[in-house]
Design a protein around this ligand. Structure first.
Ligand code: DGL
Length: 275
């Protein structure tokens, strides 16, 4: 095989229900600057956070197929909802390695907690799936997991309300039951939440360690690439390609600025909208 055809040169395929997964892209770029990334945001069908497992699986498998058509050497599910609901099915179906954000976030939380009381916040579907609870208690049976669905945080973030009294008030409400349980660690179980890190930190207080699934997912991807012998040559400088399934760019530009990413032209990919 000619050297340039080796999978090492192929992109990492990353997808999210929309734009929030760019937090994972930012973490990947920081850790793995040689890797080219092909990102697909399913903006035509976002949000996934209130949908059923069957629907989220179907969407995830369809987007995974689009990424394989771009020669993705690994699929990174940069969406907590899709990670919680669809990664097992994707692992059965796709031949390339599939990395979600739940298991790295759970491992980081178990490592960070001192009192074994871990809070998890995410979409309704992520919290209802119990995926974090399962992943955390599989690693440490003694950990107590307290979860809270925070459905209003995604729209607040998409409106760019990072530093706003309304957001602070919502966070106060959502976090109160978790803080009452004495958590010392909080998993940001949604790819949008790192954009709200400062406000969440303020609401949780200095005694709570925030665990961000983006950075931990990037570390897991680095390990997978190394173990499969498909990491890009170090001397290369990777690029970022972004495709959306609908041409809604508003939040994309907010996230681009907040995450200090360089996104050039955005491509479009068609998906099956109905059943
Ligand atoms: N990307 C989703 C997640 O991380 C949040 C947005 C949605 O509900 O689709 O759970």
């Amino acid at each position: 095989m000619p050297e340039e055809n080796h999978p090492r040169f192929d992109p990492i395929g990353v997808f999210d229900s929309g734009i929030g997964g760019l937090t994972v892209v930012a973490a990947l770029q920081e850790l793995l600057p040689s890797e080219t990334i092909f990102y697909i945001g399913d903006t035509a069908r976002v949000p996934y956070g209130g949908k059923s497992r069957k629907t989220v699986e179907r969407y995830s498998i369809e987007i995974g197929g689009l990424l394989l058509a771009e020669q993705a050497k690994i699929l990174v599910v940069a969406c907590n909802t899709a990670s919680a609901l669809a990664v097992p099915r994707m692992k059965d179906i796709f031949k390339v390695p599939v990395q979600g954000v739940v298991s790295p976030g759970a491992a980081a939380a178990v490592k960070a907690t001192k009192n074994k009381r871990i809070g998890v916040i995410g979409t309704r579907a992520t919290i209802a799936s119990g995926a974090y609870e399962h992943a955390i208690t599989t690693l440490d049976q003694e950990s107590l997991v307290c979860s809270e669905a925070c459905p209003l945080l995604v729209p607040l973030i998409e409106e760019g309300m990072f530093d706003d009294p309304v957001t602070d008030q919502m966070l106060g409400r959502y976090l109160a039951p978790l803080l009452d349980q004495g958590i010392d660690t909080l998993v940001l179980g949604c790819t949008h939440y790192p954009l709200l890190r400062d406000a969440i930190g303020r609401a949780a207080g200095p005694g709570v360690t925030l665990v961000d699934s983006a950075r931990n997912c990037a570390l897991a991807v680095r390990e997978l690439l190394a173990s499969h012998g498909i990491a890009a040559p170090q001397e290369r400088l990777g690029r970022l390609h972004v495709a959306l399934t609908d041409s809604t760019e508003g939040f994309l530009r907010t996230a681009e600025k907040a995450l200090d990413l360089e996104i050039g032209d955005v491509e479009l990919r068609a998906v099956q909208i109905g059943e």
